[in-house]
Ligand binder design. Structure first.
Ligand code: ADP
Length: 449
């Protein structure tokens, strides 16, 4: 939260400088005009450089050929590159970004190269990046990159604002470690209470009167809710500090989703809701993983391969399905799969209460719950969709919702699609590495090779 706020303030200041340049007073005519103009320009330059020198955040301007044109003292302090050395260099030699594992960002991950590649996409923010300084030190930064367009609306460069967030990241880590430990410790006694309540409610082992049963049933329900809350807290804390276990493998979504739909059927039947599985579609789909542009491409391949942990994917779909059941009184739930060459798209559609448009932008935030008469009586933690988003982002995917209040909602998940050749190559790699880690199984069981 703080990081974004400071980045916004930084971005705000840079915009003030640009606005200052644009809205400067028009000069009067004649010689006096020239003198004034020069004076004004000098004042403006001075003012801009005072502001840029005073900002602690790093501000860097690159031109359309990736060459650094402006590098303020804040940027020099963070990166360890003096301004005069950084200027005129390709930004890639100065801004080297790595992920939490110390692996270099690919050009698909690097916000600067994403903006250069697709300036129409607007500003890109990354609050989880790390920068390798000139001396090789890795420091956590938050980064925001905006494209600069000239008067003819052509791309002319980009401005990057970044800030050292070592302190904030450390505090975040401590906070999430505390939540992790606390929820882990509390899960054990809650599980014991739940177990004993289940025994008390079991006719074969306990004798209780009707009134006591009613109380115990309520206590049992609340304990289950508490258990789910601790579990969700634990998962969200892990997701935040990158400890969420994930073993990505090649998954063919067609068979995976069909099987999962069958496993979920019981819960829908229990509430009297129809459940349908829909494969492929002639509808246009949001084909980009990063943002929403209709692609209009038809489905041409029946096999949708992605690289993800199937257990985590199951968690996401089950979560969305549980919500669809919870927030739908009558009608139908549709689980679907479609896509195009680049994207595999899963969706869950319901005919439930729907979501007010003003709540939609906040829905995937931690603890966010819609508070209205249709949802108030339905229990929940407000963590489910947050966890779903974190999992989907692990696989460079995107999750979003379209909804009409009173009519129903559709949750979409886009994941990058693997071509069949890539999927097969990945599968061969997986088999080979399994053979290395488990040589006895692989030599005695030809079926597994
Ligand atoms: P919760 O545990 O409250 O369900 P989630 O994070 O899963 O938490 O969902 C956040 C909020 O989004 C819910 O409180 C609910 O108001 C809304 N929501 C989620 N799914 C649906 C849906 N299918 N239909 C209507 N509202 C939904």
């Amino acid at each position: 939260m703080n990081e974004s706020l400071i980045i916004y303030i930084g971005l705000g200041l840079v915009i003030v400088i640009l606005a200052f340049l644009l809205l400067r007073k028009r000069p009067k005519k004649g010689k006096q005009q020239n003198n004034n103009l020069e004076g004004n320009l000098q004042d403006e330059r001075q003012m801009s450089s005072i502001i840029l020198n005073a900002i602690e955040d790093g501000v860097m301007l690159i031109d359309k050929n990736n060459i650094i044109q402006l590098f303020n003292p804040g940027a020099a302090t963070i990166t360890g590159w003096p301004e005069n050395e950084a200027k005129s260099l390709d930004y890639k030699s100065v801004i080297k970004l790595v992920n939490d594992k110390g692996e270099a960002y690919s050009s698909d991950q690097d916000p600067l190269s994403k903006v250069v590649k697709d300036p129409e996409g607007g500003t890109i923010r990354d609050n989880n990046a790390n920068l390798t300084s000139r001396s090789g030190k890795i420091l956590p930064i938050s980064l925001s990159v905006s494209p600069l367009m000239n008067q003819k609306k052509q791309f002319s460069g980009a401005v990057a604002i970044f800030r050292d967030v070592t302190k904030e990241r450390l505090e975040e880590k401590q906070r999430s470690e505390f939540i992790s430990t606390a929820s882990h410790e509390m899960r054990t006694p809650v599980a014991a209470i739940e177990g004993y309540l289940a025994l008390a409610l079991n006719d074969k082992v306990s004798t209780i009167d009707t009134r006591a049963r009613e109380y115990l049933e309520k206590a049992h329900e609340s304990t289950q809710h508490l258990g789910k809350l601790f579990q969700d807290l634990l998962t969200s804390a892990k997701a935040e500090d990158g400890r969420l276990t994930s073993h990505p493998t090649v998954v063919e979504l067609g068979s995976f989703m069909e099987q999962l739909t069958n496993d979920l059927r019981f819960a829908a039947d229990k509430k009297g809701l129809a459940l349908e599985y829909s494969f492929g579609s002639n509808e246009t789909i949001d084909a980009t993983v990063g943002k929403g542009k209709p692609a209009g491409e038809k489905v041409i391949r029946p096999l949708y391969y992605v690289k993800a942990d199937p257990d985590r994917l199951r968690e996401v779909i089950t979560n969305l399905f549980d919500n669809a059941v919870k927030y739908t009184d009558q009608g139908k739930i549709t689980i679907g799969l479609t896509g195009d060459n680049q994207v595999a798209q899963m969706y869950l559609k319901d005919t439930g209460v729907g979501i007010p448009s003003e709540d939609i932008p906040h829905l995937f935030q931690k603890f966010y719950r819609v508070d209205n008469s249709a949802t108030r009586t339905i229990g929940g933690t407000g963590l489910g969709l947050y966890i779903c988003r974190k999992i989907v982002e692990l696989y460079q995917g995107r999750i979003w919702v379209e909804s009409t209040q009173g009519k129903g909602s559709t949750f979409f998940i886009n994941l990058p699609r693997l071509t069949t050749e890539k999927a097969e190559a990945e599968k061969r790699k997986e088999t080979a590495s399994n053979a290395v880690t488990n040589p006895i199984t692989s030599s005695t069981s030809p079926m597994l090779q």
